[in-house]
Design a protein around this ligand. Structure first.
Ligand SMILES: [Zn+2]
Length: 215
């Protein structure tokens, strides 16, 4: 998980937010004159594409790249079942993988909210060690987030491990270039692996911090 800057609200949401919220609440209260589509307007393609852009096509929680193999969904940070008035609230929407979405389900506890990557700085709460992620001691929200989202699930660990092994191959090539511009180029390439747009960047960043400290 990394901090994500929210992009400006898409035009379709600025134009319709009030009406869509109102219709959603009426529909949910049993007003069947409102079409069922009122329940899923947050999935509008313009909203989805902006959410994907701001998270670099990754799940905002586990940083898995979204693809046909690992599909993603528009999710509510605070579930709409708890806060129907937030159904299309821009700050409350994010792009998440199916797995995190399923694990999160409708969890919401105002006393112990999950980490919110749009608001919180995840590295203040989470410790990335190799392919693993741990809550920092005493950070109850981090503990809850790791547990609820199952951020330590084995499928994630396996994929992060593969990712680190690929970065390790690049690091090994450094030995072939003890100095000079080729080495500089390779170092830049390695550092680009930790870019926010790359999969599991928090994991890779921490790994490189350790590995390159000794180079
Ligand atoms: Zn995820």
């Amino acid at each position: 998980m990394i901090k994500i800057e929210k992009l400006p609200k898409p035009g379709v949401l600025s134009d319709n937010e009030e009406q869509w919220t109102d219709e959603y609440i009426r529909r949910k209260s049993g007003d069947l004159s409102i079409p069922k589509a009122a329940e899923t307007r947050y999935r509008h393609p313009d909203i989805k594409s902006t959410l994907r852009l701001e998270s670099h096509d990754k799940c905002i929680f586990c940083e898995s790249k979204i693809s046909h193999v690992f599909p993603g969904e528009t999710d509510h940070i605070i579930p709409s079942s708890k806060k129907p008035e937030y159904i299309v609230k821009w700050d409350n929407l994010g792009y998440v993988c199916k797995e995190c979405n399923r694990n999160k389900h409708n969890y919401y506890d105002a006393r112990v909210p999950l980490l919110n990557p749009f608001v919180d700085e995840p590295k203040e709460y989470l410790l990335f060690v190799g392919p693993l992620v741990f809550p920092k001691p005493g950070r109850i929200r981090a503990t809850t987030t790791v547990e609820k989202l199952k951020l330590d699930r084995s499928a994630l660990i396996e994929r992060k491990k593969e990712r680190l092994q690929n970065v390790q191959l690049l690091l090994e090539r450094l030995e072939l270039f003890p100095h000079g511009s080729a080495r500089e180029f390779l170092l830049e390439e390695i550092e680009a692996e930790a870019d926010s747009s790359r999969e599991y960047s928090a994991t890779v960043r921490q790994f490189l911090n350790q590995a390159l400290a000794e180079v």
